[in-house]
Design a protein. Structure first.
Length: 160
């Protein structure tokens, strides 16, 4: 009798596990179906998940690319500032001096904005010795003076 009770108990437990498993699967499928319906496209769940991961990866790559672009623009502005100083015997009072008049120190003839559409900041004389001037982008968050600023005083000596 014990053996039959034990066998029935195992069957009962197995049925419970299978039932719960199917319930979980059905719930997950329902969530995916609602998501796909709201997503407005007939796509497989795997495609939706892959799209989400790719979008996240693109955002991370885009973020890194914007930081690199800001740094490259800073380096181009540094060259233009140094050329201005060489030609005029003094550093520009403002960045706009680089594009004023007939002799623009930038190929575009226009002062660029950083990749987040903010103007570059410039202070002469600089506050970060041994540099003569400070040049920076306020970075992705648009807030001046925090850790994500891309600034000439943060560039390593090997880069100068």
């Amino acid at each position: 009798m014990n053996d039959s009770n034990s066998g029935e108990s195992k069957k009962s437990n197995l049925a419970l596990i299978v039932g719960v498993g199917f319930g979980v699967v059905a719930t997950i499928l329902a969530i995916i179906a609602v998501f796909l319906f709201n997503y407005g496209q007939k796509q497989s769940a795997a495609t939706v998940v892959a799209d989400g991961l790719a979008a996240t990866e693109r955002e991370e790559i885009g973020h890194a690319a914007k930081i690199s672009a800001a740094r490259m623009q800073c380096e181009q502005l540094i060259i233009a500032i140094d050329m201005y100083q060489h030609d005029n015997g003094k550093y520009p009072a403002t960045l706009n001096a680089l594009v004023e008049g007939t002799n623009s120190y930038l190929n575009s003839g226009v002062m660029p904005l950083d990749p987040w559409k903010n103007p570059y900041k410039y202070v002469y004389p600089g506050k970060h010795p041994p540099l003569k001037y400070d040049l920076w982008s306020v970075g992705p968050d648009g807030i001046d003076g925090d850790d994500d600023d891309i600034a000439n005083w943060k560039f390593s000596d090997a880069d100068k």
